[in-house]
Design a protein. Structure first.
Length: 294
């Protein structure tokens, strides 16, 4: 694999493009919004500057990494001659199915089509194509340049050779691949989301406040970030979407999203992306100021 396309220039997409380009791959970063592409390249540049400040990369490596990325607004043009496509669009099943139908039509027949979905069925996505054996989940963690894990999800029809290629590729990127099977939430979110949901229920039922819940989990369980602040960083809308996938997929009431989470998303309190979630996020002179809302 020498050329890769990444679909979606948001937080995950620009992070995925960053790590591929920094590893030496020619990357086509595709988004329908030219403004989103411009913002993504600025974000990648800033993240590379942070790596330079830490001595992890040089100015020359930054220049080469950015040179390896070509922004485009057209899927047909961007995927025509790539060996791998990684889709990182919004976590919306209808949108993803449409994207994979387009990818199947325009990408080379031998190209592997991967999705960064955190919860949507790989088997369902693969069924929208004529190459289900070449469709696989490649779930990176946020922030992509920092986090080591890649959750690799086999769809029901994913070819074993495709899995082996993606495992080897993940290792080349400096990541640690973990191969799992295609069931609702996979592993990461099947375990994480019920914990976050229970933390929200604890707040909803008045057991403790935001700061207390997060402090217990950080100091008592050695978590680097409490579950409520983590939910804010993931995006409360994303958390709600994943819980709905778990609830619908298993039919088990233990996965039902807390009413407080539903209300917050409905009201537009989505976490860091909206400036308020379980915490308020305001720009300070040097860094983000974080304070509990509850």
């Amino acid at each position: 694999m020498q050329k890769v396309a990444v679909i979606g220039a948001g937080t995950m997409g620009n992070g995925i493009a960053h790590v591929f380009a920094q590893t030496g791959y020619a990357v086509t970063l595709i988004d329908v919004s030219a403004a989103a592409l411009e913002k993504a390249l600025q974000t990648i540049g800033k993240n590379l500057d942070r790596q330079i400040a830490k001595g992890a990369v040089t100015e020359e490596q930054k220049t080469q990494t950015l040179a390896n990325i070509t922004p485009l607004t057209s899927i047909p043009e961007g995927v025509r001659d790539v060996s791998l496509v990684v889709e990182a669009a919004t976590e919306n099943v209808t949108l993803k199915l449409k994207i994979f139908q387009d990818l199947d039509q325009h990408a080379h027949p031998d190209a592997i089509l991967a999705t960064n979905t955190s919860s949507i069925s790989i088997t369902k996505i693969a069924a929208a194509t004529k190459r289900p054996g070449k469709v696989i989940g490649m779930h990176f963690m946020n922030p992509v340049p920092v986090m080591k894990l890649v959750e690799i999800i086999n769809g029901y029809a994913t070819d074993k050779n495709v899995t082996q290629q993606i495992v080897a590729l993940s290792e080349k990127l400096g990541k640690v691949p973990c191969v799992v099977n295609d069931y609702p939430g996979f592993i990461a979110n099947r375990i994480l989301m019920p914990m976050i949901n229970e933390a929200i229920y604890s707040l909803f039922e008045g057991v403790a406040g935001v700061a207390e819940i997060d402090t217990v989990m950080k100091l008592g369980m050695a978590h680097p970030m409490g579950p409520l602040q983590l939910a804010d960083f993931i995006g409360l809308d994303v958390c709600l979407s994943i819980l709905n996938v778990l609830h619908d997929g298993f039919g088990n009431p233990k996965y039902a999203p807390c009413p407080l989470l539903v209300n917050m998303v409905t009201a537009g309190y989505l976490g860091v992306k909206s400036g308020e979630g379980f915490y308020k996020y305001t720009a300070g002179s040097k860094e983000l100021v974080v304070s509990p809302r509850f």
